[in-house]
Design a protein around this ligand. Structure first.
Ligand code: SF4
Length: 362
């Protein structure tokens, strides 16, 4: 952790803030009040925290940095109203959050790292390389700032940890952030409305299954053989399918809830009928649904998006062998990928539109 992204008030639990308030001459309950001001009401100025004693407000002003990020860019797509926020943290590193709109229901896509060390070969974030982990307050601040950008009547329905980074490689800070977002003294989001997307960090999937916070799990699968998955998701060389799929099954069974497999369809790489048959067979024992995501070409990767006919053929082989299959199309040719495709230069005017199988139209 560098000097510039030490935890400030953001990202602290009520207990940590109670302890801080005590150290600064206040009472423990003042810490819980600060937590509510920041995380429930989105107030970042101690002077406006009117139920705190004047003296404590002044001391906090002097001694307790809030470490707010700056929104350096906010762009809203004309096509579907999605808003991309580019946040800059005090050390000048930047991460993105995206507000995805669907008939008044809001899904927020949050980042957990700046860049990503996993280098999936189809992913823009992977192409950036890894800069650093985000700390809890830097993750929750994406939520708090995004909330301030909502239109009247809009409410956050879902959170997806599918922005920049691999959340399970930043396990403690990501979970701390999710505990804050689900706290009743904070935003009070339901854990079942938060989906953590991973490329398959197997030991951490097992660990997550035992946590008392019941997040939903999505796994970026993208191939049904190790040979192909090694090419697309190099992490597979460390945690191959023989380890990943049992971990996925154990998670789903322990939680008594389906997990989601994300599968980017890339022409000639993983979109053949044999791929579909093998995928259906491999996931058959696992309570799951599959999201198919037609790939969109980017300048840095040699991959192509399959034709609609190939996409339909793949889906028809999968469904109903796998009972729940969704195809997620982008309207303008760019796609919301499984995790981490919201890199800093993500072309916002091509954000995704979702279509449910079997009514598949481009
Ligand atoms: S797809 Fe996810 S895990 Fe893979 S490089 Fe991109 S951000 Fe990292």
């Amino acid at each position: 952790m560098t000097e510039n992204h030490k935890p400030g008030i953001l990202g602290q639990t009520p207990e940590e803030l109670a302890e801080l308030a005590g150290r600064l001459g206040g009472k423990p309950f003042h810490g819980r009040q600060i937590f509510r001001w920041v995380n429930q009401r989105g107030v970042f100025d101690f002077e406006q925290m009117t139920d705190l004693p004047q003296g404590l407000r002044k001391t906090l002003q002097e001694k307790a940095p809030i470490n707010l990020p700056k929104v350096v860019k906010s762009t809203t797509a004309a096509a579907d109203g999605a808003t991309k926020l580019l946040l800059q943290y005090p050390d000048r590193q930047e991460a993105e959050a995206v507000i995805i709109r669907d008939r008044g229901k809001i899904t927020l896509c949050l980042s957990t790292q700046i860049g990503c060390p996993l280098g999936c070969t189809f992913c823009m974030t992977g192409a950036m390389g890894f800069k650093r982990n985000l700390i809890a307050g830097e993750i929750t601040s994406q939520f708090l700032f995004a909330k301030k950008c909502l239109k009247p009547g809009e409410t956050v329905r879902n959170i997806v940890l599918m922005g920049m980074g691999e959340p399970l490689l930043n396990y403690d800070e990501t979970l701390k952030a999710m505990r804050i977002l689900t706290s009743e003294q904070g935003p009070g989001l339901a854990a079942r409305r938060i989906t953590l997307s991973t490329a398959g960090v197997v030991p951490k999937i097992h660990q997550l299954a035992d946590e008392n916070i019941k997040l939903k799990l999505a796994i970026s699968l993208h191939a049904a053989t190790n040979e192909k998955r090694n090419l697309l998701v190099p992490l597979n060389k460390k945690y191959p399918l023989e380890e990943l799929l049992p971990a996925a099954e154990a998670f789903a069974r322990k939680r008594k809830r389906r997990i989601t497999f994300e599968y980017i369809l890339i022409e000639g790489i993983n979109d053949t009928p044999e791929d579909a048959m093998l995928l259906a067979k491999k996931v058959a024992p696992i309570p799951c649904k599959i999201n198919l995501i037609p790939y969109n070409p980017t300048p840095f990767a040699p991959y192509k998006r399959p034709s609609l006919a190939r996409i339909n053929r793949f889906r028809e082989i999968l469904f109903p062998r796998t009972p729940a299959v969704t195809v997620r199309f982008s309207k303008g040719g760019e796609v919301e990928a499984a995790c981490g495709q919201l890199a800093a230069n993500y072309p916002l005017n091509h954000l995704p539109k979702k279509f449910l199988a079997p009514a598949l139209t481009p």
